[in-house]
Design a protein around this ligand. Structure first.
Ligand code: NAP
Ligand code: MG
Length: 508
């Protein structure tokens, strides 16, 4: 291309770039431009009205009610979704029972595996469609849904497909049998990933499923039902019933389900645990968290800053195992906090479909209000507050700038309660023992991150921590072969890996 033409193109390009970003660093301020880089939403065809997927058919809700699901980035309605009544849930459970007894528990295990492999491959083929739809319905940045959620979803199906005909190796010396019909209820923060965590091991072990997605993020689960159809699964093996808490309650309380798998808040987890306690249903609960980073003075500081930023701010802090508390060794605390401020001022909050966006929209107005309530309370309590981003918040939709409270007392509610938003609480420690006891001093025990250059220190710290997952010099890294789950109020049981098969089988 001629230089003149190049210049012309450049000018045109920079005109269309509507954002000039000033990144305020604490050292040398510099200025550069980002052009808009929106992912096209054309690949997704959203149906105006979405029905229930029961017995391999799209069915009208028996009471004829529908509810809207919104795009949190602009507050506009994306689609109407059927609300399943107790009668619809009953139909779905009956369909699952029939499929279980009639086909799924009878076909050879390697055949089951073939179906699950097929689901995984179709998910990969349709990955971009799923990523865009997840971002539209949930508000998470496209780079998260494209690079993290959807690849992990496919890998969970691949991983579990592999186990289907090798269960004798998963439980050496034992014969295992499926348990029947699984009732699965999931939250809005990783809508499709949570569906994969639940459905893939259930199918691999020979069970049939009724799944209820969250009210605010039902669309990718419904698209998954299309994939299940495309993969040719026998009718009734997987049923998707959409609705709110009432639908979830009808499902977990249905007398003909053999297993309940729930991911969501500790509050609802408690209600379900009480209800299930009176029955012989198996139960797994994946609940909330208030996970801590422990950063020792000998850690690679820039790497640790990046890990802390990644652990709490990316994905809007909507991660059950978000590193929402930072415990940093007193000797480096001041420098660490300065570096953290500098890094936060480069975070781009905005349109989730823009490929440059780091922090997208909060999933709902209700969640945004909840987060702001926590922030206001902590401000009133007088903790040192800092908030920054490289971009201004969009004028519409539900957005929150990343922020932290520094030097927070361990009794403060911002240090103890799950905020589920991009809000970090920082405190210091002087000895490893103090770090461990501060990290353990919550009702939760989901995850932790330890940062040090000394493996022995990491090992010793990890042994003292009461957390289901502990990352060393990294954070929020997931793999389908690795079990996930928590202690105390963070839940019961494990999902993922060989451990994740156990809740779906009877071991003889
Ligand atoms: P939630 O309010 O507990 O809802 C979770 C699911 O349960 C939703 O589908 C919800 O329907 C349904 N539900 C509500 N009330 C119910 C009831 N009485 N019986 C049966 N189902 C009911 O949680 P959330 O706010 O969606 O999700 C955020 C929480 O999930 C956070 O606490 C987070 O830490 C936790 N989480 C944990 C993990 C983990 O692996 N440990 C992973 C992800 C998220 P509606 O959508 O209509 O309310
Ligand atoms: Mg939505």
């Amino acid at each position: 291309m001629l230089d003149k033409e190049k210049d012309k193109k450049k000018k045109k390009h920079s005109k269309s770039a509507n954002k000039t970003v000033k990144v305020k660093t604490h050292k040398a301020p510099f200025e550069f431009e980002y052009s808009d880089a929106p992912e096209s939403r054309d690949i997704v065809k959203i149906k105006e009205r979405n029905l229930l997927y029961i017995n391999g058919q799209w069915q009208e809700p028996s009471e004829g009610s529908f509810f809207p699901t919104l795009n949190p980035a602009d507050g506009e309605v994306l689609a109407e979704v059927a609300e399943a009544s107790a009668a619809d849930v009953d139909k779905a459970v009956q369909a699952a029972r029939k499929a279980y007894e009639g086909t799924w528990s009878k076909i050879p295990a390697h055949e089951r595996g073939k179906y699950i492999f097929r689901i995984a491959r179709i998910l990969q083929e349709r990955a971009r469609e799923f990523a865009v739809l997840e971002t539209l319905d949930n508000g998470k940045p496209i780079k998260e849904s494209r690079d993290v959620d959807i690849p992990l979803v496919a890998s969970h199906f691949f991983y579990n497909a592999g186990w289907a005909d090798k269960l004798d190796y998963a439980f050496p010396g034992h014969k295992v049998t499926p348990i029947g019909v699984a009732a699965q209820v999931i939250p809005w923060n990783f809508p499709l990933l949570m569906a994969a965590w639940k459905i893939a091991p259930a199918l691999a072990t020979g069970n049939c499923v009724v799944l209820k997605p969250a009210e605010t993020t039902p669309l990718t689960a419904l698209l998954l039902a299309e994939v299940i159809e495309q993969a040719g699964l026998p009718p009734g093996v997987v049923n998707i019933v959409t609705g709110a808490g009432k639908t979830g309650a009808a499902l977990v309380n249905h007398p003909d389900v053999n297993k309940v798998a729930f991911t969501g808040s500790t509050e609802v987890g408690r209600i379900i645990a009480k209800a299930v306690a009176k029955t012989n249903k198996k139960l797994t609960l994946e609940l909330g968290g208030k996970s801590a980073h422990i950063v020792y003075e000998d850690a690679a500081i820039d790497q640790a800053v990046e890990g802390v930023v990644n652990g709490i701010f990316f994905n809007q802090g909507h991660v059950c195992c978000a590193g929402s508390r930072l415990l940093v060794e007193e000797s480096i605390a001041k420098d660490f906090v300065e570096k953290l401020k500098e890094r936060m001022s480069q975070i781009r909050v905005g349109d989730p479909l823009d490929k440059n966006t780091d922090v997208g929209a909060i999933n709902s107005h209700r969640e945004l209000e909840k987060i702001r309530g926590f922030i206001n309370e902590a401000k009133e309590e007088g903790w040192e507050y800092f908030s920054a981003s490289a971009t201004e918040l969009p004028g519409k939709g539900f957005f929150q700038k990343p922020c932290f409270f520094n030097d927070v007392g361990s009794a403060a509610s911002i240090f103890r309660q799950e905020v589920f938003g991009p809000v970090l609480a920082i405190s210091t420690f002087r000895t490893p023992q103090e770090a461990i006891s501060k990290a353990n001093d919550t009702p939760y025990g989901l995850a932790a991150g330890v940062w040090s250059e000394k493996a022995s220190k990491i090992q010793k710290t990890a042994l003292g921590l009461k957390a289901g997952v502990i990352w060393a010099n990294t954070y929020n890294k997931f793999d389908p072969s690795s079990p996930f789950g928590g202690y105390y109020e963070s839940g019961w049981g494990r999902e993922g890996g060989r451990h994740g098969l156990f809740p779906y089988v009877e071991v003889q």
